[in-house]
Design a protein around this ligand. Structure first.
Ligand code: ZN
Length: 240
């Protein structure tokens, strides 16, 4: 069954409750109640350079200019801060593990509406969601980052591309690992296909959660084969 049809069927049976606090909201077009939407732990990173998300990818401010030239990363930002034991953990957990890809789409739209006023998407040609390994995609039934990317695309009109970057190794879950283990775990985990089709493009790479940044760095390393391309990174959440 296609994920879109399955999503539609599932939505018939969802209790219409807020994905963060569980309050009844009675409107299938929304995922959060007004209070939780207003109180989201926003990072305000859309216009802020040298922010925590950029530092996860590019290092300390003194090293950033050099690192951004090496990695061709122009900007990076997260929409929200992720904190354990905060209601946002409930929402992210549902999005990833409870068959609620609609949360990803909704949050992608929300993030894009709030970021586009800062000009964050100006000049971007294509959005690439962080790929899942095919095995995990089969288990989960959907890639939550693809839904976030589609939400961003629906607001900005920028196309979403899922064909040029794929995951070739099924790496253990990052949440179970620490430091150096994470680094070696994700090295060479990605491969690119037909890189020539994305030469000199401005590419927005979208992920659900950036923790140490190692997965995103590995993905960016693989995408260096897109010669002359520049990268912008956007995560739904940055772990604090
Ligand atoms: Zn709520």
């Amino acid at each position: 069954m296609s994920s879109i049809i399955r999503q539609a069927l599932c939505s018939l049976f969802y209790p219409k409750t807020c994905a963060m606090c569980g309050a009844y909201i009675g409107d299938i077009a929304h995922v959060l109640c007004d209070t939780c939407l207003a109180d989201l732990p926003r990072t305000e990173q859309a216009e802020q350079r040298q922010n925590e998300t950029e530092m996860a990818l590019l290092g300390q401010p003194a090293d950033m200019v050099k690192a951004s030239k090496v990695m061709h990363v122009n900007s990076a930002a997260a929409f929200l801060f992720f904190e354990k034991n905060h209601p946002i953990q409930t929402m992210i957990h549902q999005m990833k593990y409870a068959d609620r890809p609609d949360i990803g789409f909704y949050m992608g739209r929300q993030a894009a509406m709030e970021f586009q006023y800062a000009g964050f998407f100006d000049g971007i040609d294509v959005i690439i969601p962080m790929p899942l390994h095919p095995k995990r995609l089969r288990e989960r039934g959907y890639n939550q980052s693809e839904y976030i990317a589609s939400g961003i695309g629906s607001v900005t009109g920028i196309p979403v591309d899922t064909t040029h970057v794929t995951r070739k190794r099924n790496t253990p879950k990052q949440a179970l690992q620490k430091g150096e283990e994470r680094k070696s775990n994700v090295a060479n985990a990605f491969e690119v296909n037909h890189p020539e089709q994305l030469y000199h493009k401005h590419i927005l790479v979208v992920d659900d959660l950036i923790t140490t940044g190692e997965t995103m760095k590995s993905c960016l390393q693989a995408m260096k084969l897109f010669r002359g391309a520049t990268f912008h990174v956007m995560a739904l959440c940055k772990a604090t």
